[in-house]
Design a protein around this ligand. Structure first.
Ligand code: UD1
Length: 363
């Protein structure tokens, strides 16, 4: 049977990689890798394919950037054409980026069943584009593969039938477990001139943080204070770079001598930097999970999280965007608040195996 594995943006690649690879070794399944092209920069896309040893996509749809409606619509049109030509028996979508509900919607309307990996996560904040993407995708998917217990509860509350829900664990952790050793061979710490356990790592790209001048300035106020105590490595998303320029903040940012801004990093160097950091600051989703597995304190600059287990069991703290709260979180991280954290259930490197075995059994 033909399985279409769809990816679009950076956080999708490490989720599909272990699933796709396992399917390539299956006698029953013939996987096709479809890249929508939502992320297209070499550093946002190709570098990840190389680090994750993903083969070249079988089909590249080249949708590129655009407004939400345009991007979603382009993915739908091109996925529809792909389905018409290749007639897959199942489509797998991962995560919560615009490509996810777009591909799912085009497929189900053509009678192709859809499996959603990382289903059921909810921030309960409908101003987040990702929350809408999660709700829509889950509502139309036939199989829901869930990474943490809250996802099962959320789906049941929304009326999803029990026999569609599979708690399989976290595929992103599969990739992490598989690549940690290889990442340890890199010299990225030396290149960034930082020492293990003696730097902070930050990522920041969410529109609600970087498209708002006041919020972005507040965050940089906190970063200014932090970099006076600890060097910060900041691989910067293209959107964030663009907004710093648009708000005329370049000079102020350049004046922070202990803040090292670099281009977005590939998977392995980022993994290496994350695993050796004293603390990670982020507004990403997946990094909250990766730091929990690595037992590195994580300060999430958001008001909510769709991944509550990282807070209740793991090393994550929601600090919001207010400088005082960020700085309080930072000093608590320096004092070791994350020492008692645990790894959530089924984050054991075998989630993709459970997914592929379930699909082989059901189809
Ligand atoms: C997308 C996801 C977000 C995820 C993030 C990871 C949605 C709604 N959002 O956000 O959940 O956390 O990816 O990075 O799907 N750009 C480039 N080069 C690229 C891609 C984007 O320069 O390869 C720039 C463009 O100016 C583009 C902007 O970044 O307009 C935003 O890209 P887009 O894919 O719309 O969303 P992200 O902010 O990357």
């Amino acid at each position: 049977m033909i399985v279409a594995n769809v990816v679009g943006a950076r956080p999708n690649f490490m989720k599909i990689a272990p699933i796709h690879r396992r399917m390539l070794g299956s006698k029953k399944l013939k996987p096709l890798l479809i890249h929508t092209g939502q992320h297209y920069d070499e550093k946002m896309s190709k570098a990840f394919f190389e680090d994750l040893q993903l083969p070249e996509p079988d089909i590249y749809l080249g949708v590129g950037s655009g407004s939400h409606a345009r991007q979603t619509a382009e993915v739908m049109i091109r996925i529809e054409q792909f389905v018409e030509e290749k007639k897959p028996d199942l489509m797998i979508v991962v995560g919560d980026v615009n490509s996810t509900p777009a591909a799912a919607l085009a497929a189900v309307k053509m009678g192709v069943p859809v499996a959603h990996v990382e289903a059921g996560l909810r921030s309960f904040d409908r101003t987040m584009p990702e929350e809408i993407n999660r709700i829509v995708t889950d509502a139309i998917s036939d199989l829901l593969f869930v990474s943490e217990p809250s996802g099962v509860e959320n789906l049941k509350r929304e009326g999803v039938a029990d026999d569609k829900i599979y708690f399989v664990g976290n595929v992103m952790i599969d990739s992490l477990v598989e690549h940690l050793q290889k990442a340890a061979e890199l010299t990225v710490l030396e290149e960034m001139k930082v020492e293990p356990g003696r730097y902070a790592l930050i990522t920041l790209h969410r529109p609600s943080n970087v498209d708002n001048q006041e919020v972005l300035q507040q965050i940089f106020y906190a970063l200014d204070e932090i970099q006076q105590q600890l060097p910060i490595v900041f691989p910067m998303h293209p959107r964030t770079r663009k907004m710093i320029a648009a708000f005329g903040m370049e000079k102020r940012v350049a004046g922070m001598s202990n803040l090292r801004i670099v281009e977005p990093l590939a998977y392995l160097p980022f993994l290496r930097l994350m695993s050796c950091a004293k603390v990670v600051l982020t507004d990403s989703g997946g990094i909250q999970e990766e730091t929990t597995y690595l037992k590195i304190p994580c300060l999430t600059m958001r008001k909510n999280t769709e991944r509550p287990i990282t807070v209740t069991m793991g090393t994550n703290r929601l600090v919001g965007m207010n400088p005082e709260d960020i700085l309080r979180g930072f000093s608590e991280a320096m004092n070791g608040f994350a020492a008692k954290a645990e790894v959530p259930p089924l984050w054991d490197g075998r989630a993709s195996q459970r997914i592929v075995e379930t699909i082989e059994r059901l189809f």
